[in-house]
Design a protein around this ligand. Structure first.
Ligand code: ADE
Ligand code: ZN
Length: 343
């Protein structure tokens, strides 16, 4: 039995807990104010008259609706400093939420497809990551996603383009339109990426079926599943995920905004915890979905009635599921325990 917390106590605990964020698309942190500022300095026209008009457009019926706007917004990013400013802006916001470590997705094909050199994207993002480590003590990893609506040959080209930067890239991921683009489509390129020393993750079971989660595990050899909501429909799959202690990076506000769930009260996070799944809470594309990571913890906890123990467990899971080395991981886990004990 859970004993849910009062609103003030809940917000205070969430703010106090150190956290890792493991499912965050840097292009999805593009707040309209920064989008307009960068568009102006690059002399790129946006199809909106104001910041308010952009925000008013953020009413999505499904994943594709959102992706159309997300790719349009990203098109104003041209120079390395644009990628730097975008990344820095997220990292300072995450720091304010007591995020101590972030594992960040970027979508190189969204930029190289418009003629932006891979090196420009890398320079901008990695200079901001370095600055956050030095100035904020916020560590990070970088995950290069392949766009699954494109073909595998293009993913191979992207992996080739990434070769000079593999010292700065920790993993590969799979994102964009899920239905009709199963993990098996990318089996070979994931094999090549893993052979190059990269860890693999994949979005699966967001809009797609449990079968896509199984394919990600068995064919892509992933070390985490991004979203994974559909897994709860399949008892055998849940048992396998629990047996492997396979992390799921769940994104509650995203799921509501993209109508993966009919409302926050129907979110499966509480059930996932009860099933023994290694779930984590993340913001996905916070500029588009109405909240950063703490907002996600609070919104889902309030709606499904999570208690203090659940919240501490979610913070603990975020570090357990991270790619931090063992000693930093145990340091941060100790900080979670001490934050949990000392109000
Ligand atoms: N790209 C950015 N956010 C995404 C999401 N939630 N699902 C798939 N692709 C994405
Ligand atoms: Zn995502």
């Amino acid at each position: 039995m859970r004993s849910p917390m009062g609103a003030a106590e809940l917000a205070e605990l969430v703010a106090r807990l150190p956290k890792a964020e493991l499912h965050l698309h840097i292009e999805g942190t593009f707040e309209p104010e920064l989008m307009f500022a960068i568009a102006a300095r690059n002399r790129v026209r946006l199809p909106y008259a104001s910041v308010e008009e952009v925000r008013a457009a953020y009413a999505f019926s499904n994943l594709q609706d959102f992706l159309d706007l997300y790719y349009a917004g990203a098109s104003v990013l041209v120079e390395a400093r644009d990628f730097h400013d975008l990344t820095w802006s997220y990292l300072t916001r995450a720091h304010a939420d007591n995020v101590r470590h972030a594992e960040i997705f970027f979508d190189p094909q969204t930029h190289t497809g418009r003629g932006v050199p891979f090196a420009t994207v890398m320079d901008g993002i990695s200079s901001a990551l370095d600055e956050a480590e030095a100035r904020l003590g916020l560590s990070s990893r970088l995950i290069m996603c392949f766009l699954r609506h494109l073909d595998e040959a293009e993913a191979f080209d992207t992996l080739d383009a990434a070769a000079p930067f593999l010292d700065r890239i920790d993993g590969v991921g799979l994102d964009s339109s899920e239905r009709g683009h199963p993990p098996r489509k990318f089996r070979e390129v994931f094999g090549r990426a893993r052979a190059a020393g990269l860890s693999a993750v994949a979005h699966a079971g967001e809009e797609g079926p449990p079968e896509y989660v199984r394919e990600a595990l068995e064919l892509l050899d992933v070390v985490r599943i991004d979203h994974g909501n559909a897994a709860v429909e399949d008892d055998d799959l849940v048992a396998e995920l629990v047996r492997r202690r396979m992390p799921l990076t769940v994104c509650p506000l995203s799921n509501v905004r993209l109508r993966v769930v009919s409302g926050m009260r129907d979110h499966p996070l509480g059930r996932m915890l009860d099933l023994g799944l290694l779930v984590t809470v993340n913001s996905d594309d916070p500029a588009y979905f109405g909240g950063y990571v703490n907002d996600n913890y609070v919104a889902v906890a309030e709606a499904v009635g999570l208690d203090r123990e659940d919240l501490v467990r979610l913070a603990r899971n975020s570090f357990e599921a991270s790619w931090l080395d063992a000693s930093r991981k145990s340091e941060l886990l100790a900080e979670v325990e001490s934050a949990a004990r000392n109000p």
